[in-house]
Design a binder for this molecule. Structure first.
Ligand SMILES: Nc1ncnc2c1ncn2[C@@H]1O[C@H](COP(=O)(O)OP(=O)(O)OP(=O)(O)O)[C@@H](O)[C@H]1O
Ligand SMILES: [Mg+2]
Length: 183
């Protein structure tokens, strides 16, 4: 999945990311959200920077992950915009250390999460460290957990283990899968 994702041209990545972005901002879960947690795209992941800009303009409050490698924990920290970000762990953009504003996970209404692969049972496969499996249970029951990825990343069935947390929806450049009651 990683090499397939790396093979997409920058132009094509942009096109597919824009498609996902425009679907995303049309969702009820987006419209209703006051605070949105969203990963900051790295390498060939679906680009979220343009989404962050747009959500800011729409008056949404944005929290992005700060990873704490010791314990493999993600902390949601609020940013005012992309200018607040600097390269952190592994070069992933994160809010500047001195200016981290921790957000209570229970205030998050929508969480947009990355993945290497997703399946039709709303399961996700990450990078194998369990960061998101530790973070997702801290959200409110009614918060919407949405995975975004390129369509080829959505496969029939993934192997699942006991800590894997299923999502509420999966959005690709071509499809939207949602559980009953979501959007
Ligand atoms: N909540 C948890 N408590 C304890 N161990 C956990 C928890 N969540 C995941 N783990 C463990 O962490 C390891 C990595 O998990 P997993 O393979 O599911 O990662 P992943 O979902 O692919 O990665 P990520 O969430 O970082 O994208 C596994 O051994 C898993 O059992
Ligand atoms: Mg997992």
């Amino acid at each position: 999945m990683m090499s397939e994702r790396d093979r997409i041209s920058i132009r094509e990545r942009e096109i597919r990311s824009r498609r996902i972005e425009s679907q995303l901002i049309g969702l009820q879960a987006y419209q209703n959200a006051e605070i949105i947690f969203v990963y900051v795209s790295f390498r060939s992941e679906v680009d979220t920077k343009s989404f962050i800009r747009k959500a800011n303009e729409d008056g949404k409050r944005i929290a992005v992950p700060v990873s704490i490698p010791n314990g493999k924990i993600l902390l949601p920290c609020e940013i005012s915009g992309l200018d607040d970000l600097v390269p952190g762990t592994w070069g992933i953009l994160e809010p500047d250390k001195d200016r981290q504003r921790l957000v209570d996970s229970r205030k998050i209404d929508l969480a947009v999460v990355p993945g290497l692969a997703f399946d039709h049972f709303f399961q996700r496969l990450g990078y194998g460290a369990g960061y998101y499996d530790r973070f997702l249970p801290s959200l409110r029951e009614d918060a919407v957990k949405l995975g975004i990825g390129y369509d080829f990343q959505l496969i029939d069935r993934l192997p699942v283990e006991k800590y894997d947390i299923p999502l509420d929806g999966i959005l690709t450049d071509i499809r939207l899968l949602v559980r009953d009651g979501v959007d």
